[in-house]
Design a protein around this ligand. Structure first.
Ligand code: MEV
Length: 321
């Protein structure tokens, strides 16, 4: 592993850090059991400014972001202190959150990376991506428990990201690759309330494994196969097949107890409004994030309007070729 490069420097008065949020297209939960996943970094995320001070951490939602739970949002103070380490008490941090927190859109991973980037700018340090990923996972685990590393990998690498965690001889090996789709595609993001907490949802899924080990393994393998087929289709521009794969993945995740009534309703509404496929995204629970794949930009606008008319916050993200 390469070492950080340190240069002599005068410390700036204020440094900024930023990282995007993410949406998981395929593979959430199954990724914890070694299956492949695909995610897309969002055009919005978390911004921080860090200056000399006394350890104050202030978080606010950006204009237009609706969330019932900023106060509890991914325990920002705990994450910030962990990311700053020994310097935490001599710095003040202001956080602006541009996506609804606790919905499954990667705010804790984005916060961890934004603060680490600001800290590295202060220390005038540049680190290779894999070192940053290890650090971000360590910090993010405070919010997620034993996370796979998928969220920080998407938020760190940006764009469309393939991810897989394999365990060999008790050691985790992460494969992270940024991929370029053959054609641009449009995702309509929706958020309704908050998810059930990543740690708890991972625990809930593990309980299904205890109850029915073989059926559970088959479901996880199915999610892995859907992820492979759906990702391949999306990357080569076959949106029809990618949409069908999203619906299929949603069905299996729903069977694992990860989709509440409100999200089920929104996903069906998005399909009726013209989406090629729609699915929950992230940890899941009674509420949280979902998204729809649209055939083109105009259709994406119509799906967004339908989602908003049904009471959820929504916006369109375009993954560029
Ligand atoms: C959470 O965004 C994704 C999960 O698969 C957990 C993880 O991979 O760490 C549920």
């Amino acid at each position: 592993m390469a070492l950080a490069q340190r240069k002599p420097h005068a410390e700036p008065a204020v440094v900024l850090g930023a990282a995007p949020g993410k949406v998981i297209l395929f593979g959430e939960h199954a990724v914890v059991y070694g299956q492949p996943a695909l995610g897309v970094a969002l055009g919005r995320g978390v911004r921080v400014s860090v200056r000399k001070g006394s350890g104050k951490v202030e978080a606010k939602l950006a204009e237009g972001v609706r969330s019932p739970e900023l106060a509890a949002s991914a325990t920002p103070e705990k994450l910030v202190k962990a990311a700053l380490g020994a310097r935490a008490e001599e710095l003040d941090v202001e956080i602006e959150i541009e996506v609804p927190p606790l919905a499954g859109l990667g705010t804790s991973a984005a916060l961890a990376i934004a603060v680490l980037r600001a800290k590295d700018a202060l220390d005038d340090v540049t680190e290779p991506a894999e070192v940053m990923l290890d650090r971000a996972m360590e910090v993010e685990n405070l919010a997620h428990g034993a996370s796979s590393g998928l969220d920080p990998a998407i938020c760190l690498y940006g764009g469309v990201v393939e991810f897989q965690r394999r365990e060999t001889k008790g050691k985790n090996k992460l494969q992270v690759r940024r991929v370029t789709p053959a054609l641009s595609f449009h995702l309509v993001i929706g958020v309704h309330g908050t998810h059930g907490g990543t740690k708890d949802r991972i625990r809930g899924v593990a309980m299904v494994r205890e109850q029915m080990p073989q059926a559970f393994d088959a479901s996880i393998k199915a999610l892995g196969q859907i992820s492979r087929a759906g990702s391949k289709a999306l990357i080569k521009g076959d949106l029809e097949v990618a949409g069908r794969a999203l619906d299929l993945a949603h069905g299996v995740l729903s069977g694992l107890g990860l989709v509440g009534d409100a999200i089920e309703h929104h996903v069906r509404n998005a399909r009726r409004a013209g989406a090629l496929g729609a699915k929950m995204s992230g940890a899941g629970g009674s509420g949280g994030a979902f998204f729809a794949l649209a055939p083109d930009f105009q259709a994406a606008q119509r799906v967004k309007e339908a989602i908003e008319a049904a009471g959820a916050m929504s916006w369109v993200e375009t993954a560029a070729e």
